[in-house]
Design a protein around this ligand. Sequence first.
Ligand SMILES: Cc1ncc(COP(=O)(O)O)c(C=O)c1O
Length: 504
Amino acid sequence: MEETGVNSSVTPPDPWAEVAARLGADLFLDLQPDPEASARGRGATLRRTLTEALRSAILDGRLPAGTALPPYRSLAADLGLARGTVSTVYQELIAEGWLTTRQGSSTRVADGAAHPDTAVNPTDTQIVGEEPATPPTFRFPHDFSLGQPCASMFPRTDWIRATRRVLTDVGDEAFAPSHPQGRPELRRALSGYLSRTRGVRTSADRIVLGTAVQSALELLSRNVFGDSLAVESHGLPFHWQAVERGGTRVIPIPVDDEGMVIDELERSDASAVLLSPSHQFPTGVALSPARRMQVIEWARRTGAIIVEDDYDGEFRYDRDPVGALQALGPDVVIHAGSMSKSLSPAVRAGWLALPPRLVDIVLGAKGLREPDASIVDQLILADLIDSGAYDRHIRRSRQFYRQRRDALVDAVSASGFEVPGIAAGLHAVVPVGHADEHTLVHQAFGRGIGVVGLSLFRHPDADPLPNGGLVVGFGTPAASTFTTDLQALRDLLAVSPAARRVVP
Ligand SMILES: Cc1ncc(COP(=O)(O)O)c(C=O)c1O
């Protein structure tokens, strides 16, 4: 190893495994030195091999444009190579345009160094060390897709503090397999929180914890719903699919501007019903007081079960918050919720507040141990609620989304439209004619705007709603882009002939 100046008497069996492992945290370089080369020839080979390896890493996307390379001295030390060798390789690659450097700053991969035709998906390459951070996902430049709150609102600092407190204080038993009902700390905290903020009438022993509304529906359909579940004619297809996977038939019931038409429910043979009474998804209407009473009476009369999906109950922006339906009928309503909208869908934490007679049935169905949910996260969430951090986060978020909603309403009305429905949640519907919905969604895609049409949420056996609509998720855009995203939406609505035709 004359070239390296170190380890001169010991030749490692495969020096290039070392090289590969050390060049950056997660980059594999396929370097094959020629074992037959003379010592002098070996120096040239090393240089050439390193040059080639860096070029191919740039070409195949493992070193994307802008990536800072380590200073040549450090890289040389890391790889056990002479500084001159690495410096020469950097100089050559700079001269060829693969790398760039400026006085006083690091050497970086040049913009456009990798031809797009030759770049491959970084996840296809062999990675040493960690998995790639995120799988590739397509994102619209102006992303109003549904199903997530604004990522920058996630209370990272509170979560870190809560984690530290929990892991400092909790006993070893927390790391054993856990009871399927979930940690009592979170059940206690949630029962207080849900009764304080949503009027839910429950207690820790009636709550069963899990990961999400979706998985809860699958569990309930296997064990609680009976033959058939009525659902709102427009809703989340993957919720219906979860129910059908559990073996329950799904019956769509029309919705109007008072929510589900309960007269139609009464005419069906459903043994259970799934409702989003606070903020119907996706139309955004609230179930009217008369229909609330009517559905509770129907359940009591027929022995049916109501599942209340309270998916964004915390986010109501007018002065007239609507409490949970469960408060009217804790004997017949299962109140289902999760942290997917209030914190993040990446936090897989959900709950069921059950009528007393269903607790053992649901627990029996879950098995002896908690199968899916993170017990450590349950403890962290309990701490967040008990410390008041969760309430603060919700208040902050409500304020943030209220401003977003107001800005959205302003932008949309500046283009001649209204956003009807109650002021709540993380999405709004801009009504357009049916024929125009498809055109507008298409045009939106063409402009890099991610919105979906209302018809996407129609159950295949249900009649269309009287109007079509654009469903705009205003929680999703990043804080840094929201203003320009909104402008793009406004421009779309303002110039689209399809849109103008439906101005009321
Ligand atoms: C209508 C509706 N229900 C429930 C949820 C919560 O989803 P989950 O708890 O299954 O992640 C969402 C989230 O997007 C939703 O839109």
